[in-house]
Design a protein around this ligand. Sequence first.
Ligand SMILES: *Cc1c(COP(=O)(O)O)cnc(C)c1O
Length: 396
Amino acid sequence: MSEQSHIPYGMHHIEQDDIDAAIDVLENHFLTQGQKVPEFEARLAEFAGAQYAVAVNSGTSALHIACLALGVGKGDKVWTSPNTFVASANCALYCQAEVDFVDIDSDTLNISVESLAEKLRWAEKHNCLPKVVIVVHFAGLSCDMQAIDKLAKKYYFSVIEDASHAFGGQYQQQMIGCCNYSSATICSFHPVKPITTAEGGAVLTNDAKLAKRLNLFAKHGVTRDETQMSCATERLEHGDWYYQQVELGYNYRLSDLQAALGISQLKKLSHYIELRLEKAKKYHALLANHLDEYSIKLPLLSEQSAWHIYTIQIPAKQRKVVFDALRANNIGVNVHYIPVHLQPFYQQMGFKKGDFPIAEQYYQSALTLPLFPALTYQQQQKVIECLLAALKQTKP
Ligand SMILES: *Cc1c(COP(=O)(O)O)cnc(C)c1O
């Protein structure tokens, strides 16, 4: 990559073995509904240390069927973090449920367990406890799952982990996705995420019944499994071709072409995560002597994070100019995230500026620096040089 070329904020890492795996499907196998999807699911489950995996066509679909399988419907409440991509909240609206948010912790940038506990106490009094809380492992760093699980047991809600950023990372020395403290964990295989299938996602769970329902909702609500049928004896009257639609499901299938790519990528996930951690540490080292001078706040340096993104905080007044300066230097900085409740669509539902002040404050100073497995040290040095120059120029 030349000095002048664009450095994106995130980027897939496709190698010859990935290409060969995809071509193999094109030349030899089913394009969809063959053996690659079940194989990918088995390997995902094994990698994460979960019992079951259901692969689907996006992380958003995974969130949707996770909500449906947990019985989320009209009148139910689903809570999530405002510091996330809109999909973590939209999935509840797809199910006609109501969405609400819980503010984040200013250090981890994940859902604040204290704010969650406080809001649950309030909700219990007002008889409006959530059915599901979707926690988001922001930037790849796990939420405090043990504490969240305690609250889940006390207030009887289910937990979905949105691990779109975090698949490949760990919590308490176990893989994120093992679902020790949740009903289900969802992953995304969009190109900027830890591994990619172009578009794709999965739900991991240890609950056999939930896994069956996830499959049902991902495949039209249609089943050939007698135990899921409304009246199993009907099968005898029809024949072996018999199937029943027992829910309103969707076509959220992943294709075999994508699954083959996923199988190949998954073999390298642990290596990718090591590379990401290495680069995060390099950013930390490059910035260490400039933190006070420019009022920079670094992300928590966790060895267990999947390091999906490297987000720093800089003074809010300088953020826009610094962002523009880096972009002008072909450095694909980004901002994660505009708080979901500030989106016009959510404002029209009644959310206001000031509702979740820590997420809002964080957003004002957030800046995502490029981070992906193939990022070179020279590129990192260029990013930091440009960043420091821009901070210096705009220093009040
Ligand atoms: C990417 C992402 C999603 C959605 O995943 P898709 O595969 O793009 O549908 C959901 N939540 C978070 C936090 C994400 O980053």
